[in-house]
Write a protein that binds this ligand. Structure first.
Ligand SMILES: C[S@@+](CC[C@H](N)C(=O)[O-])C[C@H]1O[C@@H](n2cnc3c(N)ncnc32)[C@H](O)[C@@H]1O
Length: 253
């Protein structure tokens, strides 16, 4: 990739209450919205892939005429539908769908987003090829996801796998760029963020009986990992700061 042609901007998120999961998601969606929306030239239809609780979809719904949010987990769709009802958001639709087999015609969407979901996919190349297919020519694809050095991701991936059984892989900065460029997109802008996270809360997403073991294993990792993740103790909490990358790319004509 020719880095001279890519705009890279960094921002550190300073948020005292960031340890609360809900607020962290909302903050990330706000940042996503502030950063990405000004890039788009057509705000008609957007698709959010791997929606989970739907924060990205709700951020997009403020700007687009119509937002479609898909997820392969029926439970997460129900949460989204209830939230949309609660917030009286009418231009968002939730569909049960596998990202590897999008049931949409070619060139339907102006923008496709995928936040913190690719690291769960069995075959990211297949998903990106589907996203490419359903995007209009010159449409935008935006990824927002974690980004680690190769050493760190190799050492924390086994812990992520026991924490979430559908976790597949963490990516390095260059792997993100390659994944996008090798699937027919041109990278336009890259934003990087740093995001604090309490290790104990991260582990709490895993099965209850192994949460303490995940924390212990994390704290026992190589010093290089702790240095990269700026591990620090605050009271009885261990806090890491990880890097998030937001890549705004355009479908090649
Ligand atoms: C960590 S959550 C994503 C968070 C969300 N994008 C947000 O902005 O808050 C990952 C989501 O990807 C979904 N997912 C995993 N594999 C999938 C697949 N093959 N197709 C569609 N969704 C998938 C999971 O069900 C989960 O809801």
């Amino acid at each position: 990739m020719d880095m001279d042609k890519v705009h890279v901007q960094s921002q550190t998120i300073k948020e005292k209450s960031f340890s609360e999961r809900e607020k962290a998601h909302m903050k990330a969606s706000d940042i996503f919205e502030q950063r990405a929306i000004p890039h788009f030239n057509n705000l008609n239809k957007s698709l959010d892939v791997g929606k989970s609780n739907g924060y990205t979809g709700f951020a997009l719904a403020k700007h687009f005429k119509k937002v479609v949010s898909i997820d392969s987990n029926p439970g997460s769709l129900k949460i989204g539908e209830n939230k949309a009802l609660e917030k009286n958001i009418k231009n968002i639709q939730f569909l049960l769908m596998d990202a590897h087999r999008l049931k949409f015609p070619d060139k339907l969407f102006d923008v496709v987003t995928c936040r913190a979901a690719i690291h769960h996919f069995d075959n990211p190349d297949e998903v990106l090829s589907e996203i490419h297919r359903v995007l209009k020519t010159d449409g935008f694809f935006v990824i927002m996801d974690f980004c680690f050095s190769e050493t760190t991701r190799n050492l924390i991936a086994p812990l992520a796998m026991v924490r979430e059984n559908d976790f597949k892989k963490y990516y390095t900065f260059h792997e993100w760029c390659d994944l996008i460029e090798n699937n027919g997109f041109l990278i336009d802008t890259i934003y990087t963020y740093t995001l604090p996270r309490v290790v104990q809360e991260w582990a709490a997403a895993g099965p209850e009986e192994i949460q303490n073991r995940i924390v212990d294993a994390f704290l026992g990792l190589d010093e290089k990992v702790h240095k990269e993740l700026r591990l620090q103790k605050k009271g009885n909490k261990d806090i890491i700061t990880y890097r998030i990358v937001e890549i705004i790319a355009r479908k090649k004509g």
